[in-house]
Design a protein around this ligand. Structure first.
Ligand code: AMP
Ligand code: MN
Ligand code: MN
Ligand code: MN
Length: 290
C-alpha cells in the first residue's frame, strides 16, 4: 500500500490548469496513477466530474482542494483531502476566499498598464473558463502569448510577484479557518509545497506549530515544487512534527508543467502516507471482472 502511485495535487481548467477534469483523469490514469485527487484553487466545481471520470477509469479518488491562506504576510496553500464535497461551511468558506479575485485582477491590470502593458485584464480573461477564478496564471499565459515574455517562468520572475509590476497584495483566508473547514467536512489538511514560502526559520516553525494547533495533519514532501534537497528536508520536518506525508505533482498544463502526473519519487518508508489515514474516505473504483 505505501507504494501506491498517488498523485494528490493538480489543477484543471476549473481553476488555473488547462485540461478539463475528465482529460486530467485520463492523463493521470495513462501515467499509472492509482489514487488521484483534483485540487483546484479555492473551488470545488470540478469535484463531481473528477470523481466520476476517475472511477470510470478504474482509478481510486479522494476529494481535493487547494486553499489560499495569508499567514505572516505570505501566501500559503493548504491542500484539503478526503472531505465531504457537499459540506456547506466548506463551500461558503471557499466562496468567500474566491471573492475579490476579480477586483484584484483589475488592479493587477492597472499596475501592468503603468509599465506599458495595456488591456491585460481582457487578455487574461481569454484564458479563464471559470469567471470566479481569475488567477495570476491566466495573466502569465496572456503575457507569454502576447510576446511580453518567452515563458510563464519568466513572467513570474519579472511580473506579478512581490516588488514587480502587476503584483497586488491580497488577503486570503486565515490559516485556522482553512484547516477548520477541511477538518469539519471530514477531511485532512496538508501544508502544500512548504519549500516555496519565503519564511525565516522562526516563521516557518510558527506556520507548522499553528497549523498543528488548528488540527492540521499533513505536509507535502514530494511535490513538483521541491528540489531533491527540499524533499529530504521536509522528510525530516514530517518526522519531527509527526505529520502525515503527501505526494502531488501540482500539474497545471502539458506545456507549462515540469513534473508529469504520477512521476514523483515515492514517499520514503519511514513516513506515513496521508492516504493510509484517509482509507475510509477513498472512493474505490469498481473492480471490473473480465
Ligand atoms: P493566484 O492564486 O492568482 O495568486 O495564482 C497563484 C498561481 O500562480 C499558483 O498556483 C501557480 O499556478 C502560479 N505561480 C505562482 N508563482 C509561480 C512561479 N514562480 N512560477 C510559475 N507559476 C507560478
Ligand atoms: Mn496554480
Ligand atoms: Mn500552490
Ligand atoms: Mn497547486
Amino acid at each position: 500500500m505505501p507504494l501506491t502511485n498517488a498523485d494528490l495535487h493538480c489543477h484543471s481548467d476549473v481553476s488555473d490548469g488547462t485540461l478539463t477534469p475528465e482529460a486530467l483523469a485520463a492523463r493521470a490514469h495513462a501515467q499509472g496513477v492509482e489514487l488521484w485527487s483534483l485540487t483546484d484553487h479555492d473551488e470545488l466545481g470540478g469535484q463531481h466530474r473528477a470523481r466520476e471520470a476517475a472511477l470510470a477509469l478504474g482509478m481510486d479518488y479522494l476529494s481535493g482542494v487547494e486553499i489560499s491562506v495569508t499567514f505572516a504576510s505570505e501566501t500559503v496553500h493548504i491542500v484539503g483531502l478526503g472531505f465531504d464535497i457537499d459540506d456547506a461551511a466548506l463551500r461558503e468558506g471557499l466562496a468567500a476566499t474566491r471573492s475579490g479575485r476579480r477586483e484584484r485582477a483589475q488592479e493587477m491590470a492597472d499596475s501592468l498598464a503603468k509599465v506599458g502593458i495595456h488591456d491585460a485584464f481582457e487578455g487574461a480573461l481569454r484564458y479563464v473558463s471559470n469567471p470566479d477564478l481569475i488567477s495570476r496564471t491566466h495573466f502569465a499565459r496572456h503575457l507569454v502569448e502576447s510576446g511580453v515574455c518567452p515563458d510563464t517562468y519568466t513572467v513570474f520572475r519579472r511580473y506579478l510577484t512581490q516588488g514587480n509590476p502587476g503584483f497586488v497584495p491580497h488577503r486570503w483566508a486565515r490559516l485556522g479557518d482553512a484547516v477548520r473547514w477541511v477538518r469539519e467536512a471530514g477531511g485532512v489538511a496538508v501544508i502544500a509545497h512548504p519549500g516555496r514560502y519565503r519564511y525565516t526559520p522562526t516563521e516557518e516553525y510558527a506556520l507548522f506549530t499553528e497549523f498543528i494547533a488548528h488540527g492540521g495533519r499533513g505536509v507535502e514532501v514530494m511535490t513538483g515544487s521541491h528540489s531533491t534537497a527540499e524533499q529530504a528536508r521536509y522528510v525530516d520536518t514530517a518526522l519531527e512534527f509527526g505529520l502525515l506525508a503527501s505526494r502531488g505533482s501540482d500539474f497545471h498544463s502539458p506545456a507549462e508543467s515540469r513534473t508529469e502526473l504520477g512521476r514523483l519519487p515515492a514517499l520514503p518508508g519511514a513516513l506515513t502516507p496521508v492516504w493510509l489515514e484517509l482509507a475510509p474516505r477513498i472512493r474505490r473504483a469498481a473492480l471490473v471482472l473480465p
